[in-house]
Design a protein around this ligand. Structure first.
Ligand SMILES: [Zn+2]
Length: 112
């Protein structure tokens, strides 16, 4: 495990106890994580290594000078060393584009 890749994020992380040989794993292979960081809920596990994560955000309405609540739903890559199921709260972080829809990877499951 490369310690450097994880300490670069500046976030306190629980490291996965399992190991894996997924090429897009930030802990066991050298996938670099950088950029945006969100905490959201898993709404769907669509295929073997893909999940959908939803999180609320605030959108500013200029006319009324206040915020309204909106939701973002994005496709994320889930590595085999982090077990997830629908309803779990997970931390996700941006990485290089893994496929057409996936620019994020799950780095921690808060529910376990
Ligand atoms: Zn892994």
């Amino acid at each position: 495990m490369k310690k450097q890749d994880i300490s670069n994020t500046g976030i306190n992380l629980k490291l996965p106890s399992k190991s894996c040989d997924d090429n897009h794993c930030p802990f066991h292979k050298g996938l670099k994580i950088r950029g945006n960081f969100f905490t959201g809920k898993v709404t769907k596990i669509s295929s073997q290594k893909t999940a959908h994560v939803e999180f609320p955000r605030l959108f500013y309405l200029q006319k009324y000078e206040r915020f309204e609540k909106r939701k973002s739903r994005i496709h994320v890559h889930s590595t085999p060393c982090i077990d997830i199921k629908v309803g779990d709260v997970v931390k996700i972080m941006e990485c290089r584009p893994i496929s057409k829809m996936k620019n994020f990877v799950i780095i921690e499951n808060e529910s376990t």
